[in-house]
Write a protein that binds this ligand. Structure first.
Ligand code: NAD
Length: 356
């Protein structure tokens, strides 16, 4: 098959982890006989430095023309407030322009990494959950105002915005264990009451086979570390999803392990590890690239429809970890940590050998 992928390395460790993701994507293309054309573009803080804009029009064009976008991360102290514009504006703009309203964050820890999690191995055992976060609405996109001694952020949701992401989550739950947890703060927030009513109606009318549970976000935060294996699919609004997904990352041992996919109506998606630009690690070659490589697997699955290739990449990551190729965030105390490039190389080797 032929496909075009826009590659946006971004800032901080973004270029380092994306480089490993690109190596894997190239190898998948040659090993499985696909023509995947990669087009790199400026995005985030580095784009502000070169063009004055976090999302230059050439980058948006390249993303709109592509079948999928692979992103590292954006941001860093150089562009922190009060600097303007901010790299994150580019990210919000790209998600909005591509109409990507559902952010998928699968959490399925590798058994060999049980030592890296702060949770007990018996608590992590059997965890296989999918967090679906609404991505283009809520407080991140609402009216903002700043006056001396006073600030406003407005949270807004329409029925249509809630319906489409809940429907997407229901679809994923149907192909899994058919259990959906909808997370809100309906005891306090009006938008959450609308969220709960809408989720209840969609499941009742369109997905009656699903078991739907509502959880308040504070209770969900607690259950996620108390009994994470009890979850199948979680759907929630933008802000709650942002926070809960970082919490869920710790189940997997490191924020560097988790991939994400952002999808809209069509097949085009944006794929990125859930971590940020980690300025403390940038340029040292020590960042964990597995979350980015697993994002490449999601890209192959969701945008290019290449399920066997996606599984091969996931299996190769598992094999690299199984052989003990662990970056500093994962390594056992007292053992030598692998570099970012070594971890990427171990995945390439496992992929070439067809290891699982
Ligand atoms: P961060 O995710 O960059 O880092 C949090 C911690 O996790 C740090 O200790 C970091 O060293 C570690 N870490 C992150 N990724 C890692 C990896 N691949 N391997 C090993 N360790 C890793 O979050 P932060 O420090 O709060 O934010 C840094 C910058 O990133 C900020 O400018 C923020 O706005 C931006 N950010 C961007 C995105 C994005 O581009 N999607 C997401 C979150 C934060």
């Amino acid at each position: 098959m032929k496909a075009q992928v826009a590659v946006l390395p971004g800032d901080g460790i973004g270029p380092e982890v994306v480089e490993q993701g690109v190596r894997v994507l190239r190898q998948v293309a040659s090993q499985f006989g696909h023509a995947i054309e990669l087009r790199e573009a400026l995005f985030g803080g580095c784009a502000i430095d070169r063009t004055g804009q976090p999302l230059p029009s050439e980058t948006l064009d390249a993303s709109q023309q592509a079948d999928a976008v692979l992103l590292g991360a954006v941001g860093g102290p150089k562009w922190d407030p009060p600097a303007k514009p901010r790299p994150e504006e580019g990210l919000l703009g790209l998600r909005r322009e591509l109409g990507l309203y559902a952010n998928l964050r699968p959490v399925k820890p590798f058994a060999q990494l049980a030592h890296a999690s702060t949770l007990k191995p018996e608590v992590i055992q059997g965890v296989d959950l999918l967090l679906v976060r609404e991505l283009t609405g809520g407080i991140y996109f609402g009216h903002k105002q700043r006056e001396p001694g006073y600030a406003v952020d407005t949270c807004t949701y329409s029925v249509v915005e809630i319906e489409r992401v809940v429907r997407a989550a229901c679809g994923y739950a149907m192909s899994r264990k058919r259990r959906l947890v909808s997370v809100d703060k309906a005891n306090v927030l009006e938008t959450s009451r609308l969220w709960r009513e809408t989720a209840t109606r969609i499941v009742r009318d369109e997905f009656p086979q699903l078991q739907l549970t509502h959880l308040l976000v504070d209770a969900c935060a607690m259950h996620l570390i108390r009994m994470p294996a009890s979850f199948d699919v979680i759907v929630t609004e933008n802000l709650f999803g942002d926070i809960l997904s970082d919490e869920a990352a710790m189940i997997a041992g490191s924020i560097g392990m988790l991939p994400s996919a952002s999808l809209g109506e069509g097949k085009r998606g944006l794929y990125e590890p859930i971590h940020g630009s980690a300025p403390d690690l940038a340029g040292k070659g020590v960042a964990n690239p597995y979350g980015t490589i697993l994002s490449v697997a999601l890209l192959l699955r969701h945008s290019l429809g290449l399920e066997s290739e996606a599984r091969a990449v996931e299996a190769a990551v598992g094999a690299a970890i199984g052989r003990g190729v662990l970056t500093a965030d994962l390594a056992h105390a007292g053992t030598r940590a692998a570099s970012c490039a070594e971890a990427g190389g171990a995945v390439l080797e496992a992929l070439a050998r067809g290891e699982s």
